[in-house]
Design a protein around this ligand. Sequence first.
Ligand code: PLP
Length: 385
Amino acid sequence: MSERPPYHLDTLTAHGAYEGDRESGAVVPPIVPATTYARRAQDYDLVGATSYTRDHNPTYEPLERALAALEGGRAAAVFSAGLGACACVIQALAPGDHVVAQKTMYWGFRNWLEDFAARWGLGLTLVDAGDTAAWEAAIEPGRTKLAWVETPSNPLWQVVDIEAVSALCRAAGVRLVVDNTVATPILTRPLSLGADLVMHSATKYLNGHSDVLAGALISAQEDPFWQRVLYNRSKLASVLGPFEAWLLHRGLRTLHLRIERACANAAAIAAHFQGHPAVDQVLYPGLATHPGHEVAARQMTGGFGGMMSLRVKGGGEAALAAVKRVKLFARATSLGGVESLIEHRATIEGEAGGGEGAVPQDLLRLSIGVEHAGDLIADLEQAFS
Ligand SMILES: Cc1ncc(COP(=O)(O)O)c(C=O)c1O
């Protein structure tokens, strides 16, 4: 990645690492739909940087440059989905390697990881996310090759101390991956805290409009592991289409504004429902009562994110009754769009979400968007009344 002037993250985001087209003067990048790329007559060298779109597409270039700049990495790559990015990392490991991850994190990845580890012969230890001593105890020097952190983590918004876990990993020669989907680089930059790789479900905040499925990885180093991840992207065909890449780049350019509003709205909603007669507990790292607050206050800059959960008095039935009554929130899964979403998480995860990290029946997960906070609070108030 080229050296960039030290602009603020807001400026880097708004410009999207695109300096305009020298020939046409276009201020936004083109979409390049070509699947195959020509060679020159005189020397049979490629005209550009790519031969075939499964390896690379020129539409990715400003997008990957922008992602690398935002996360402070040396390289970035986009994928067909967040889970595609996860799979390309895990499949860069060798059978026999050992992985440490969290009991409670995005259930789709945790379930796949458990299943795949069993089939591929990977060792896997799942720990309590917020317990740094548990990470330390789980790392087996020599055998553990990768630690996977998600913070704040689904759906309890537990906070992992990235700096502390990265110090443990470094000492034991373990590669640290941080799923930064929820915090985004606007609030947390894991590579600056010692992580080796950052992963995003770009489907969420990076795109921000609930209309693109995509993943992203940003790496501190262009080392052989990273080359293997890129090899997997091509050979396992976890490739993002050029139209989706273009949309993702466009959505990314307002990330800082969307995050700022989502954080302010979420903080207002969390404060309003803390101690509310219909709510047992508000799970939001911005609240001083949240077990991860102290670490979050140190690790997250500019806000605590737009994700929270409410544990409703009266259990699963009361939670389901409330979710059926909302009028402004959309009753839908996923997160990170401009519109606010609410879901009864245990229904969404079903039996597959059971076991040690099972979601409480009384939990409603909220993805707070960029609407007026007063309207969102009023909608929840009428749903709980
Ligand atoms: C934190 C987190 N990581 C990863 C994923 C998987 O991403 P995708 O749905 O883009 O495959 C999700 C999806 O919900 C997520 O919430």
